[in-house]
Design a protein around this ligand. Structure first.
Ligand code: COA
Ligand code: AMP
Length: 631
């Protein structure tokens, strides 16, 4: 089947399209209905079906003769380790981890928070939860204890799985103190914390709450997969919204398995036995879908990389991994390629590596700018595919295809809608669909395809309010852009206060909440400003309370430290300026768009609604002091 036919069928007869895809998944009980839209905006896929996600990722491959094939290659330049787990070995470990979780009283529907670095045990922990029907919620290691606490309070886990440390290039980051602090801030107390001790940092375990992972695993009996409903939740993954309160995206078991398995071949061109590498982190959606679940559903080999594109040890790191493990497809963020380009503009480090097994580079997390697209294409001489997706969707909304049909890329565009996604651009004011090449907000007509979020954790109202109510009948993506005359989608950026820093999604609202707590701050704004490496970085603008006279440099240092401690280092909040006032409309709304244009050095029009135009000159001067604005 070619793209047009697949796309048409997926929209006109989604039941036919997705039930065919579902044949590739092993079910304990077949579904009664492929799609239930009786309660939109809540769509349910494979209603009545029963399965186990871990069985589909591991056991069925062992039973089908792939037991000795590598399932996961752990490649860690920061610890100088390469370790391969076959499907049999991975199942062996996972079934024992599931065994000790069961021994700790974790059962179907219970939540388990996983706060871990990029080590194989993190993936095993996720699969072990899936094995027993527990709902995992992975929290990215670069978040501060306060962010961890917010997630613990929302998910209310009975058990937290963690490790003694993470390793960031040469820095060792002890996780246990962060975990302890997170739990002390949280109102909810998990009963047990199970810690994987890494040799680089020994964590202090405090009885009776803390337990040693290795001891538990050694004593545990393996447990089998439990049957869950297709519509039961597999995981909760928190993502940034416009406020400091993250959204708990819920994903089900059945639709998730069907959709991800389908993408492996059709989007990524991956067959069983191929090697696939998503250079992301298990704390992000890309890590969930394409380090852990997707490649394993397919019977492929997944690479788990604990390192960076540069500095571990050099800008040839990605080429080394590709050639050493014979990677067929690499998925990473454009920022990683900008980092390699910055350190090795002529691609000297590529020389000597055999990339003959390599087929395609996939990029996502932020728009692939044409410069990065051309640099990567010229260097690799392979197709480079920009594909657009979100934590909420769990897989790409638009992109290009290595298994279905490859279309000529248009640099700067995230190509064509995936089957299942009826992508439409709506006029911001009227909510009416606009014609080709007209910018607006990008929405997807309901129902969303399988694998997408089913709701927000224990917050159906929030789900409706955030995504479904603004334009009834559509899912609001939060991104703006246009569709051109050939149907290519151009995603130009968020229309809300979410920013993307090095492919990491962050809320400026959340950072503003932190700055506003400083006793000397009267008001503030945080904006995502263009950065050549990270795409965007947050910059703070603060106004002193009246009467406050103090050294601005010191003040800024305090603010930077506050965001680091309360949001996390991953926010990359390093710059702020003190200003006399913020530009506002006469009704008091901060003119963020205008401020962003000033910071990015773009020409801008003075808004007619502005209260005090003179303030703009001061903002221009302020951003220049920190290296932004007019060049
Ligand atoms: N635990 C603790 N701290 C972490 C962390 C983790 N898991 N991950 C990152 N951090 C810290 C970093 O050490 C850094 O701290 P610093 O301010 O003390 O230097 C900070 O958070 C920012 O990290 P990062 O965004 O990784 O920036 P960087 O300057 O270290 O590296 C890149 C820049 C471009 C090389 C890096 O961002 C990168 O490899 N990006 C790839 C993007 C990606 O994987 N995106 C996922 C979506 S596909
Ligand atoms: P996350 O939920 O962390 O995956 O971030 C999702 C957001 O990242 C999207 O809403 C977009 O703003 C941005 N994004 C991801 N991929 C792309 C892409 N290929 N092109 C443009 N923006 C992207």
């Amino acid at each position: 089947m070619k793209y047009r036919e697949a796309f048409r069928e997926s929209l006109e007869s989604p039941e036919t399209f997705w039930s065919r895809a579902a044949e590739e998944i092993t079910w304990c009980k077949k579904w009664d209905r492929v799609l239930d839209v009786s309660n939109l905006p809540f769509a349910r896929w494979f209603v009545g079906g029963e399965l186990n996600t871990c069985y589909n990722a591991l056991d069925r491959h062992v039973e089908g003769g792939r037991g000795d094939q590598p399932a996961l290659i752990y490649d860690s330049p920061v610890t100088d380790t390469i370790q391969t787990f076959t499907y049999s070995e991975l199942r062996h470990r996972v079934s024992r981890i599931a065994g000790f979780l069961t021994g700790l009283g974790v059962t179907k529907g219970d939540r388990v928070v996983i706060y871990m670095p990029m080590i194989p045990e993190a993936a095993m922990a996720m699969l072990a939860c899936a094995r027993i029907g527990a709902i995992h919620s992975v929290v990215f290691g670069g978040f501060a204890p306060r962010e961890l606490a917010i997630r613990i309070d929302d998910a209310r886990p009975s058990v937290v799985l963690s490790a003694s440390c993470g390793i960031e290039v040469k820095k060792r980051i002890p996780y246990k103190p962060l975990l302890d602090e997170g739990i002390s801030i949280a109102k909810h107390s998990p009963e047990k914390c199970v810690i994987w001790q890494r040799p680089q940092v020994e964590a202090e375990l405090v009885a009776p709450r803390d337990l040693d992972w290795v001891e538990l695993e050694q004593e545990a009996e393996p447990v089998d997969c439990v049957t869950v409903k297709a519509t039961d939740p597999l995981y909760i993954l928190y993502t940034s919204g416009t406020t400091g309160v993250p959204k708990g995206v819920v994903r089900d078991n059945g639709g998730h398995a069907v959709a991800l398995n389908w993408t492996m071949k059709h989007v990524y061109g991956i067959d069983p036995g191929d090697v696939y590498w998503a250079a992301s982190d298990v704390g992000w959606v890309v890590g969930h879908s394409y380090i852990v679940y997707g490649p394993l559903f397919k019977g492929a080999t997944t690479v788990m990389y604990e390192g960076k594109p540069v500095g571990t040890p050099d800008p040839g790191a990605f080429w080394r991994v590709i050639s050493q493990h014979r990677v067929k497809a690499l998925f990473t963020a454009p920022t990683a390629f900008r980092a390699i380009k910055r350190d090795d503009p002529r691609g000297e480090y590529l020389k000597g590596y055999d990339l003959s097994a390599f087929d395609t580079l996939f990029l996502a997390g932020e728009r692939t700018d044409p410069d990065t697209y051309h640099w990567a294409t010229d260097l690799l001489q392979k197709p480079v595919i920009d594909h657009w997706w979100q934590t909420e969707t769990g897989w790409a909304i638009t992109g290009n295809f290595r298994g279905l049909e490859f279309f000529p890329p248009k640099p700067g565009s995230a190509s064509l809608p995936m089957p299942g996604y009826d992508v439409t651009v709506l006029d911001l004011a009227t909510g009416e669909p606009v014609g080709p090449n007209t910018e607006g907000i990008i929405a997807v007509e309901l129902p969303l395809p399988p694998g997408n979020l089913t709701t927000l954790w224990e917050n159906d109202e929030g789900f409706k309010e955030s995504y479904m109510d603004p334009y009834p009948g559509y899912y609001l993506t939060g991104d703006g852009g246009f569709i051109d005359e050939d149907g290519y989608v151009w995603v130009m950026g968020r229309t809300d206060d979410v920013i993307n820093v090095a492919g990491h999604r962050l809320s400026t609202g959340g950072m503003e909440e932190v700055l506003a707590k400083h006793p000397d701050v009267a008001e503030c704004a945080v904006l995502g400003v263009h950065d050549d490496l990270k795409g965007q970085v947050p910059v703070g603008f603060v106004v002193f309370k009246s009467g406050v006279v103090r050294d601005e440099g010191e003040m800024v240092a305090e603010l930077v430290q506050m965001v680091r401690e309360q949001v996390g280092p991953i926010a990359s909040f390093k710059k702020a300026v003190v200003v006399e006032g913020l530009p506002k409309t006469r009704s008091g709304k901060i003119l963020r768009g205008t401020m962003r244009s000033i910071a990015d050095g773009e020409s801008y029009r003075v808004p007619s609604t502005i209260d005090d135009p003179a303030i703009l000159g001061e903002i221009e001067a302020a951003v220049e002091t920190i290296g932004y604005g007019k060049k």
